[in-house]
Design a protein around this ligand. Structure first.
Ligand code: GLA
Length: 344
């Protein structure tokens, strides 16, 4: 197991650091303290050829420009809060509006755009980085000083663990997630339509045209959202003009369980996602339109990658029937997501 750390730039007087992790099988992960971001992830195909399977940029500076959350840690609230407001303890809180009238991924300066404290962590079978960030009371409109910790750990079972902890000094809402864009074909293909996807979810939360849940819960059966049996992402994509951007209600119940499995048939790369979260946003890279040039100058077009974001349901602060995202003083917010890599 290897861990290397280097300073690549300065941002508001603080060192921007890249952390390179490597396990005994050659899997490599690059992380950065800006946004507690995953920059790259090299995994082998069935012949052992290592390739980066995530979208992003080569240099830190590019992350400051047009960047749709590539590899970022999203918070305080991943996904949307309708009307950018909620009422908690009888008081109304107005949040930053950064998507029309709504609040998306923590606001104008969410956790993806702040500098985290960072330090290496390791044990006999894993290496990683622990990131800490203290979000001040009133940050983007949220109440309470929120003390957050995200730990990435790469182990010898070819798993990348993402463990989240948070505490607060006033009641608030928290919903942290990870926003990597994956293309398991690496550089071989510029779209993910042939990836075979399985999502362990029988139900989803229907949403309006601005992607705010209506509050209903529906079965995926008979819809293009039925991924209970593996099938290609492209198979029924045409039935959804806006593409996939939906919150799936996972069938698991709070314990760490398999939420999704993705197979890229040509390379043989497989990614399994396990999470303790109740929901999973599956996004098929619909807003990518080729204007962003990423690693190696490559233009990122529509459907060039997919995101699977483990999280609580969108707009939970305004939907009392959804699992609660309230965190109170004295409680500990805890969440765990595991990406496991293998080949077939
Ligand atoms: C999430 C959202 C999408 C989009 C992307 C970022 O996946 O659900 O609608 O906002 O983030 O572009």
């Amino acid at each position: 197991m290897k861990l290397e750390e280097r300073t690549v730039a300065e941002y508001h007087g603080r060192p921007v650091k890249f952390f390179d992790l490597e396990n005994g099988h050659g899997l490599r992960v690059r992380l950065m303290n800006y946004g507690a971001t995953l920059i790259s992830l090299h995994i082998p195909d069935r012949t052992g050829r290592l390739e980066d399977i995530t979208l992003g940029f080569d240099s830190f500076e590019d992350y400051l420009g047009n960047n749709p959350y590539f590899g970022a840690t999203v918070g305080r609230y991943a996904n949307r809060i309708g009307g950018a407001r909620f009422v908690l303890g009888g008081q109304e809180y107005l949040l930053a509006r950064n998507e029309g009238p709504n609040h998306l991924h923590g606001g104008l300066k969410g956790f993806d755009k702040v500098m985290w404290e960072a330090g290496p962590v390791s044990d006999s079978r894993s290496v990683g980085v622990r990131f800490n960030y203290l979000s001040p009371d009133g940050d983007e409109g949220y109440p309470g000083n929120l003390d957050c910790q995200v730990t990435y750990l790469l182990n010898e079972n070819d798993e990348l663990h993402l463990a989240y902890l948070a505490t607060t000094d006033r009641p608030t809402h928290v919903n942290l997630s990870h926003h990597s864009y994956f293309n398991l074909a690496g550089s071989r293909k510029d779209n993910i339509l042939e990836h075979e996807l399985q999502i362990m979810a029988s139900r989803f939360t229907p949403a309006d045209e601005r992607l705010i849940p209506t509050g209903e819960i529906k079965e995926v059966a008979g819809t293009p959202l039925d991924f209970l049996k593996p099938r290609s992402i492209g198979q029924r994509l045409k039935e959804l003009p806006a593409g996939y951007d939906h919150n799936f209600i996972l069938d698991s119940r709070g314990e760490l369980a398999l939420a999704a499995r993705v197979v890229e048939p040509e390379s043989g790369r497989v990614m399994e996602l396990y999470t303790t979260e109740p929901g999973l946003q599956f996004y098929s890279g619909n807003f990518l339109d080729g204007t962003i040039r990423g690693k190696g100058g490559r233009p990122y077009g529509r459907h060039s990658a997919f995101c699977l974001e483990p999280q609580h349901f969108p707009d939970s602060p305004n939907k009392p029937q959804f699992p609660s995202t309230v965190l109170k003083p004295g409680e500990i917010y805890k969440s765990l997501t595991v990406f496991k890599f293998l080949t077939v």
